[in-house]
Design a protein. Sequence first.
Length: 138
Amino acid sequence: MSHDQDTKQKFIELRTQGLSFQRIADQLQVSKQTLINWSRDLKMDIDNLRAIRLEALQEQYYTLREKRIELLGQRLHSVLDELAARDLKNISTQNLLNLLCKFTAALKKDETHLSFHQPANLKNLLTESLKTTTRWNG
């Protein structure tokens, strides 16, 4: 029995969704052996459609993740704005000192140290110049 292209396309879609051969056979009224043969013949089409669906899911996930990060960033700004507007007069000296230590430690972690690099030949020239000056002064 020959099956039309629409039936094969439906098979590809159902197989891509992960349905078993038996469930697809029951739904399409096609023998399980025929579906196994189609699976072998249409493997590239099934794999490609799976890849497209996976890509769409990943895109959706990353978009959701991006929105979640954006929302968290907005909430963080709201909290920071609220904290900046508050008066610290009612906070105990001990809590103020604790805050000072925490803020200082946080700033220290972000501290960068400047280091200047010289070309190797300039460094050698300066080193030789210092040796000569030391011998001359010495």
